[in-house]
Ligand binder design. Structure first.
Ligand code: LIP
Length: 276
């Protein structure tokens, strides 16, 4: 396991790289962002800037951290020998980026354990950088979280009926239909819902109190790793439902009392049983 000094150094490297990639995607954003590929469906899009950002992150990490593993959303991957794996989302919120909506991020985290298995890995350090707003969240395990260098502590959460809850949806029509049914059942029981489009930013917004909670099904490690560490280091509980680890079936982030209430509600709605 890394010591505190190493975690701080890893955090600073994650921030440096997230900012570099963020500058690239912001500076070189074409007026009309072309879709170069799709993944799970015709609306699950990849742009040239996703690929360019991941290429930058991959080449920098190979140069600076050659013994570490790498897992990137757009397919870059290599094993490591150090016990550390970098998990990167080159643009989290690609649809927002393509449409020019200012909520997207470069998410860079370094984890220990087996990143392919939910619950078998832990983030050590990470950064979520929103190039559109300039906001930068960082965290290292045991060293707290910051927003633009200012230490973050999540506010005490409200009761469920006063809670502003973030969420998101998958790309398959049948899954979206079921996810919408869960949201429709939850909506009358909370203040309101926001679908902002970047899981990494959503998790950081819970950390800084701009959302009271966030849940989503279908997240991958690259969506989750850095934002989950920022939230946890700010005092937010991040898990799956009913004590399960956060992962594809469901991620739920909220301050403890609200987390327990939403866990019960979402468990009752079967929110983590909707994967195709
Ligand atoms: C996005 C997530 C978001 C989810 C979107 C998409 P991407 O990641 O951050 O929370 O609702 O469907 O998966 O694909 O833009 O990196």
């Amino acid at each position: 396991m890394t010591d505190l000094d190493e975690r701080a150094a890893l955090r600073d490297l994650a921030e440096q790289l997230a900012r570099q990639a963020g500058e690239l995607v912001q500076r070189d954003r074409p007026a009309r962002v072309a879709v170069t590929d799709t993944k799970s469906s015709a609306t699950d899009v990849v742009t040239a800037m996703d690929r360019a950002s991941e290429q930058l992150l991959s080449s920098q990490l190979l140069r600076l951290r050659p013994e570490d593993g790498l897992l990137g959303e757009e397919g870059t991957g290599r094993p490591g020998s150090s016990g550390l794996t970098w998990v990167v989302d080159p643009i989290d919120g690609t649809v927002n980026y393509a449409y020019g909506l200012p909520i997207y991020s470069v998410s860079v985290a370094v984890v220990t354990g087996d990143v392919a298995a939910a619950g078998a890995w832990r983030p050590v350090a990470g950064c979520v950088h929103n190039p559109a707003s300039g906001e930068t969240w960082t965290a290292a395990a045991g060293l707290g979280a910051t927003l633009d260098g200012v230490p973050l502590t999540a506010p005490a959460p409200p009761a469920p009926d006063q809670a502003l809850v973030g969420t998101g949806f998958g790309y398959q029509p049948a899954q979206r239909r079921r996810q919408a049914a869960v949201m429709a059942a939850l909506l009358p029981q909370v203040r309101d819902v926001r679908r902002l489009g970047s899981a990494a930013v959503d998790l950081c917004l819970v950390a800084c109190g701009r959302l009271d909670a966030y849940y989503e099904q279908g997240l991958n490690a690259w969506d989750l790793a850095a934002g989950m560490l920022v939230a946890r280091e700010a005092g937010v509980t991040v898990s799956g439902l009913a004590g399960r680890p956060p992962g594809g079936p469901l991620v739920l982030a909220a301050g403890a009392p609200l987390h327990a209430a939403l866990d019960a509600l979402l468990t009752g709605l079967g929110a983590d049983r909707l994967m195709d």
